[in-house]
Ligand binder design. Structure first.
Ligand code: CP
Length: 332
């Protein structure tokens, strides 16, 4: 049994995540986060980046702190990287097995949160299929607790946005002259939303969102982006191409949505389709990938691909975010 809970939308989520001194207390969204905070987080994350085979970056900055991972939706990358990030900073890390938790017996999410708070959990990393959950929890926890959004419905995935920004900065160096093309199920993608918010704040040259008409976002939602339904037009001279998975778990009816073969033919990113992009364009994908549907398998493994770099950067970004909210905790 699981109780039906309502999570009223929070106004000013962006403000909720800052403390009175303007420090990052929670990370709930990239929307409205100052450019200086984004840049600081990217710079901090870069310090934690190591090359394959090198010893991993470590610190004791979270020693004595406890991080709990509460993933009420499946995850491989985000959950594993928050786990590793917390451990590499010296924290105690609790990975709650939500399928065996008392939420299954009818306990509300807030009672679960209060229970962990009573055990001196300092940082809760939350993924949930319902919009509003991270900000709802953030409004209810004690002053010494921080909430990190690890994926909220189709709304927001801020640490994914940060790792995408870091990957683009590493490979391209700057944002102002770049054309970034995000391709696929934009309507249901929290990854696209967070990437678009971060790229807009950092002054990206041009942002194109390419999707079948049935998976296009509301044009008013992202006024700075160009919405297209033609892949070749969308990829023309693009410097960065990000392919997205179709979020079947968030789609009620498949009416109007192309079948797999039609989708790959019209929206699948392949080496052939990439010929219209810039010659040094990079290919990204947040994962999990459906090879042969939204991306050609060989392209995903090619030199143009930044996909494994994105995964590596995920640990570094999450270390930076954990450290940052912990610093604001020390000043509370
Ligand atoms: N990109 C991403 O959020 O992947 P996971 O669902 O595996 O965490």
């Amino acid at each position: 049994m699981q109780v039906i809970e309502a999570f009223p939308p929070t106004e000013n989520v962006a403000n909720l995540q800052l403390n009175a001194d303007g420090d990052l207390r929670h990370l709930l969204t990239l929307q409205g986060l100052d450019k200086s905070i984004l840049i600081d987080l990217l710079d901090d994350a870069q310090r934690f980046v190591t090359e394959p085979g090198e010893p991993t970056a470590r610190s004791k900055s979270l020693e004595g702190r406890t991080v709990a991972n509460l993933f009420f939706e499946p995850s491989t990358r985000t959950r594993a990287s928050f786990d590793l990030a917390g451990k590499r900073l010296g924290a105690d890390v609790l990975n709650l097995d939500v399928n065996q938790s008392s939420r299954k017996k009818g306990e509300s999410i807030l009672d679960t949160v209060y229970t962990l708070q009573a055990m001196h959990v300092d940082i809760m990393v939350v993924r949930d299929a319902s919009a509003g959950v991270p900000s709802y929890i953030a409004r209810h926890v004690d002053d010494h607790v921080s909430i990190l959004n690890a994926g909220e419905a189709e709304v927001s995935h801020p640490t994914q946005g940060l790792l995408d920004l870091l990957t683009i900065r590493q490979r391209k160096g700057r944002f102002e002259n770049l054309t970034v093309a995000i391709v696929g199920d934009i309507m249901h993608s929290r990854v696209a939303r967070s990437a678009a918010q971060g790229l807009t704040t950092l002054g990206v040259g041009e942002l194109r969102l390419i999707s079948p008409p049935a998976l296009a976002p509301d044009p008013d939602e992202m006024p700075n982006a160009r919405l297209l339904d033609n892949l070749d037009e969308g990829l023309r001279d693009a410097d960065v191409v990000m392919a997205l998975r179709i979020q079947r778990e968030r789609i009620g009816s498949l009416d109007g949505i192309p079948g797999i073969d039609e989708y790959y033919a019209n929206y699948g990113i392949s080496a052939e389709r990439m010929k219209s992009a810039a010659s040094d364009a990079i290919v990204m994908h947040p994962g999990p990938m459906n090879r042969g549907i939204e991306i050609e398998s060989a392209l995903a493994d090619s030199r143009a691909s930044a996909i494994t770099r994105q995964v590596a950067n995920g640990v570094a970004v999450r270390m930076a975010v954990l450290e940052r909210v912990c610093k604001s905790m020390d000043r509370r």
